[in-house]
Write a protein that binds this ligand. Sequence first.
Ligand code: SF4
Length: 633
Amino acid sequence: MNKTFFNERFSFCFMQSVPLFPYSTIRPVQDAMIKDVQIAVSSGKNLIAHAPTGLGKTAAVLAPALSVALKKNLTVFFLTSRHTQHAIAIETLRLIKEKHKINFSVVDLVGKKDMCARSEVEAFPSRYFHDYCKSLREKDNCDFYLNFRKDNQLSASSKNVLKFINSLPAHTEEVVDSSKKQSVCPYEVASHAAKDASVIIADYNCLFNSRIRESFFGRSSKALNDAVIIVDEAHNLPGRMREMLTARLSTLIIDRAMSEAETWNENDIKTFLASLRYGMEQLATSPELAISKEQLLAAVEGYDLNDILKSMSDLAETVRETEKQSFIGSVADFLLSWMGGDEGFARILTVKESARGKTIVVSNHCLDSSVATKSVIEEAHSVIMMSGTLTPMIMYRDILGFPSDTALKEYGNPLPKENKLSLIVKDATTKFSSRNEQQFMNLADICARAASSVQGNLAIFFPSYFLMSQIHTYLHEKLSKKVFKEHQGMSKSAKQQLLKGFKQESLKGGVLLAVIGGSFSEGINLPGNFLNGVIVVGLPFVQPDLCNKALINYYDKNFGKGWDYGYVFPAFTKALQSAGRCIRSETDKGVIMFVDERYAWTNYYRCFPKDLAPKTTTFYQQAIDEFFGKAKT
Ligand code: SF4
């Protein structure tokens, strides 16, 4: 092996200078990230970090952030939407504690429903759970809650669980088990433990949902200006925030709310709801149209909205004392959102026809994720966003509302270059204007040839179920490997079974067919020979519906980059996430192949991060054969 290459890729430094780092050796690229985190947190600034898979970013961010936090009496919030990342963060913190023999407390929080000790709530949809829990607590009907305190003091059982939490960084599951044994509410104990915690691991909602944040800070006595916020998988944050702030109302919900009003003999509310429904029907003159706030409110113009909304909210409270949820409450919540400001929102009416008839939906779509994030970023001590697909970082700075002095850092890929073959095949496309049977045949042919050359398991990702089905029509007869196909609406357990079967096929080699942006394209881990290749077919652009057009226009108006921020970059991020399922550690080897002529176009090729840089080729089969020939041991 070339000595210079060896030094660049694999040399390790002995890191006496990195406080609280849990390992004895460190890669140069990891060292660079640690220093950037140290600077950001020490100076109360922000950092946006594109950190490729395999860098070891959890340790590289937690060690320096915790080190500064302990000195300055700050709290580190590690926010992630993925269960696996909770576990990795806890393991990293355990190693830090063991290696450095220091005392600090960690709390691992997931949603309240997922922590609830009551077995019957497992079958509840999340939207019913909070009202159910609230009602049990208010009526003294939950023993787990009652056992949390005794005579206004923490009970002995709660203290036992707290002792357990403080003895080691504990996973949520361990806290729930310990709480169940002591018959106390796991969520209450964990929230109480957060008061003394130096690190809190939680979902994005914990800090970016203002209602949850205020409630959490009220219980834990924490404050935003003492928070060091680490957002993991941060490419998901803009979409999550926009969805969180979007409100929808369907005629189906209004019908249920009217039945509820009838049950409770509330004729004024029922008449109000009927007027609202009639107004929606009158507006529904096409399958999709933009409407104004006033157009919908004109349907109920004779009403004093403040009065009627107050009556509806009061009735909803009463209904929730006996029912899991109140539909009248859902309508009232929607109208409060609808009556809000216009800036950063798009109001859209859609008509859906199904076997059950026509449903009209009015939506107040949030276009601006910074409505939820900007004030948090401004007030927090320091915010660090990180992900393996966070390019271009300037887009995240713009749309999340970071200040202009935020550091933007793109780190190199620490994994051995010779373990990865990245290709673009431009002999076919899924471009809408070029779609025909011949294209589908070409795409199937390319996928089948590549599948025969890849040794072992291969995953093929498609932009939609429709395209997967069209291409599979020709693909299935060409494949000699066993096929594992994702279906729309698959249950969680069916997906787990599919993945298990796919892994078991790795010796002979199987082919997983799945959609880009689906649950197989993010969050699954297939180390070693469980996955030796990924093909990403086409570019997963969103439908040009009114909501997406409004988003593009909004980004154009505010940043002059509507097309890039609202259309091109989000599609690329999804494609790169799918590609990222292959090669996740130093020993993984594999092929990543992007199949669509547009990947080679200058306007799209610029979107590949520097650490990927795929080569365009027509001789992909030969390249794959050679790659696996070299890779064979
Ligand atoms: S108080 Fe705790 S245990 Fe009781 S229902 Fe609510 S979350 Fe579950």
